[in-house]
Design a protein around this ligand. Structure first.
Ligand code: ADP
Ligand code: AMP
Length: 215
């Protein structure tokens, strides 16, 4: 299955991707995670991406399309993949169509997780993740057993710098302006599946599971 997980920042894409990758054994390809790794490793691409990420802007299409194209050509994507946070512009979506044609594949579904803006801000402002293993928590909704420590590996929990109130609001606006037009793009292709993300993660996951099982 070749699936895109869509939705505004904080909608729960990464959270749902964890369930899906465990159950369906497909690689989870998050462009946000790839950029954060590049920033952490201090690569030239990471340095370039950081300029945009710190302001809540999109990294230029050319850079983003390049890393996804390389990733989708890798062996572990041959039996399927789950894209999270890509595409985010019409140009990226068209480039993805071109990459799929080249690889002789097609997108099976674009699953859109929708959540009201006020809840998104609450989700982003309480999000923390493990510095070591990346596991994501929410300080109120899904807190770790021990404050500041990952349940899985005891790593330190940190807040993403772009989850501060100002940058989070910018990211929401960027979503509305540049990414939400993709909903029509995938609707017109008959691929869009909407899921109400304003419920507990298990209920959201159950809806996604039934969509995936119907593909
Ligand atoms: P995204 O990948 O779409 O930006 P995340 O999966 O990182 O979103 O979720 C954002 C925050 O909201 C995290 O702190 C996560 O633990 C929390 N979260 C995710 N899904 C839910 C949910 N259904 N209910 C409450 N909190 C959630
Ligand atoms: P995310 O983890 O998906 O919230 O992404 C974090 C940040 O990474 C975004 O605010 C962008 O700066 C950058 N980013 C992630 N995916 C993309 C994309 N598809 N296109 C451009 N920038 C992206």
């Amino acid at each position: 299955m070749n699936v895109i997980l869509m939705g505004p920042p904080g909608a729960g894409k990464g959270t749902q991707a964890e369930f899906i990758k465990a159950e369906y054994s497909v690689p989870h390809i998050s462009t946000g995670d790839m950029f954060r790794d590049a920033v952490k490793n201090g690569t030239p691409m990471g340095k370039e991406a950081q300029k945009y990420m710190s302001e809540g802007k999109l990294v230029p299409d050319q850079v983003t399309i390049g890393i996804v194209e390389d990733r989708l050509a890798q062996d572990d994507c041959q039996l399927g993949f789950l894209l999270d946070g890509f595409p985010r512009t019409i140009i990226q979506a068209e480039a993805l169509d071109g990459v799929m044609d080249k690889l002789g594949k097609k997108i099976d579904a674009a699953i859109n997780i929708s959540v009201p803006d006020s809840i998104l801000i609450e989700r982003m402002s309480g999000r923390v993740s493990c510095k070591e293993c990346g596991k994501v928590y929410h300080l109120i909704f899904t807190p770790p057993a021990q404050s500041g420590k990952c349940d899985k590996c005891s790593g330190e929990l940190i807040q993403r710098s772009d989850d501060n109130a100002e940058t989070a609001a910018n990211r929401l606006q960027v979503y509305i302006d540049q990414t939400s037009p993709l909903l029509d793009y995938y609707e017109n292709k008959g691929l869009l599946k909407n899921v109400d993300g304003n419920r507990d993660s298990k209920s959201v996951g159950a809806d996604i599971e039934s969509i995936l099982n119907g593909l």
